[in-house]
Design a protein around this ligand. Structure first.
Ligand code: C5P
Length: 403
């Protein structure tokens, strides 16, 4: 227990009659020793006084996007410090705005800027709740990792009984607590994550590489670290900033990556090998620059690089090995073959010909296959959300093995 102790929780309150219950939520969160930052939309202030929340939270209530104090952008600092953002009550309006990327007030701007998990407790009339537009908005938010608590069936503000009543404060706080607990579910565990492409030098100015951006691997490292794992991120050349809170190593070639992985694997509970390692490298690296000749053809000799993951699979002990594969056809067949060939526990396969999947973008469409042959297709979602699912699977494996 105590998952909320010292955690910074943003409590967003929007304009519903259920806003008065936000006071109880803040009180319960404070009882659990959370640091509560209330944020109210303008409509919310018609239902509940900011002063009430301010007293219960012992923190200033944020009401406006633009402050006269030019030294700080409040929405960014709150977005950054948040461990979680709870919006209770969440109206159809706020759900619609967030689902469509609108950021026209302090709350929606924070939601757009934060990397913390966002939980919403809808409260509205049952006819609004059942509206297909709202349901579509909820569906698209769920698909990218937003969590919904309720609503419940019961007495509504208009005197009718229906689905749309905000879940009771106690249950909302328990839900949030569970989410915060699961965020520490890798405490005491250590993982090596590889990311990005490798560069195989040909001469002083040229190299072989691939289109990997490193985004999937960095998302995995960030998500693992945020859940308490000690992460060593070994990255090929990317344009991304190293995520905070991870041990970071920059490598260039497959051979360098191989060496670094071997060096760092000893202590680890497993490896998530998301790097797009080049299978071949030029047989020789010219010291200078290869010059153009009169010859029309240039024949280059390539030699095979070590298969890092296969090697780890041959002496894996109790370590968890997760591999990736990028295919253009026969996705499942190829993934299954590699899973077996490299003795993996899980393979994450993506068909790079699909729109929204693969190397460069912010989203991915993947198929997960575990060592029992269970196949799971995930629809298109952000790389961070894919990372979340992968760590959930790893968590299950750790539990099954009693590690
Ligand atoms: O065989 P293929 O290259 O498709 O396998 C992909 C998986 O193997 C990825 O997880 C990749 O990081 C890993 N790999 C490796 N060493 C190589 C090539 C791929 O560890 N030389």
């Amino acid at each position: 227990m105590g998952a909320l102790r010292n955690k910074s929780i943003l409590v967003g309150v929007t304009g519903s009659i259920a806003a008065y219950k936000a006071a109880e939520i803040v009180r319960l969160l404070r009882k659990k020793k959370a640091i509560v930052y209330p944020i109210m939309t303008k409509a919310a202030t018609h239902f509940l006084s900011p002063l009430t929340l301010q007293n219960l939270a012992s923190q200033k209530v944020t009401l406006k996007l633009f402050s006269r104090d030019i030294r700080k952008a409040e929405h960014l600092s709150l977005a950054e410090l948040a461990d979680a953002c709870l919006i209770a009550p969440a109206t159809a309006n706020i759900i619609g705005k967030i689902a469509n990327g609108i950021a026209d007030d302090i709350l929606t701007t924070i939601v757009l800027a934060t990397k913390a998990p966002v939980l919403l407790a809808p409260a509205m009339n049952n006819m609004m709740y059942e509206n297909p537009i709202l349901q579509r908005n909820i569906g698209s938010l769920k698909a990218i990792g937003f969590k919904f608590i309720g609503p419940a069936r019961g007495d509504l503000a208009d005197g009718k009984i229906g689905l749309g009543r905000m879940t009771e404060p106690q249950e909302i706080v328990e839900c949030l607590e569970k989410v915060m607990q699961s965020r520490d579910d890798f405490l005491g565990k250590a993982f090596v994550v590889t990311a990005g492409p490798t560069r195989e030098p040909l001469d002083r100015v040229r190299f072989f590489s691939n289109y990997s951006s490193g985004k999937m691997g960095y998302a995995l490292a960030e998500e693992g670290a945020s859940r308490g794992a000690r992460i060593v991120l070994i990255s090929g050349p990317t344009s991304l900033d190293p995520p905070s809170g991870v041990e970071f190593h920059w490598v260039e070639s497959a051979r360098e990556m191989h060496k670094m992985v071997k060096e760092k694997m000893g202590e680890a509970d497993g490896i998530v090998m998301s790097a797009a390692v080049s299978d071949y490298a030029p047989a020789r690296k010219e010291n200078g620059k290869i010059k153009k000749t009169t010859q029309k053809k240039f024949i280059l000799e390539l030699v095979q690089n070590p298969d890092i993951l296969k090697e780890l699979g041959q002496r894996k002990e109790n370590k968890i090995l997760v591999g990736f594969c990028a295919e253009t056809k026969d996705l499942e067949k190829e993934a299954l073959r590699k899973l077996k060939e490299k003795s993996l526990d899980l393979i994450v396969a993506n068909n790079i010909t699909e729109e929204g999947a693969g190397f460069k973008g912010d989203t991915n469409i993947v198929t997960l296959i575990n060592n029992k042959g269970k196949v799971e297709h995930l629809s298109r979602r952000s790389k961070r959300e894919v990372a979340r699912v992968i760590w959930d699977k790893i968590r299950e494996m750790i539990e099954n093995r009693g590690l």
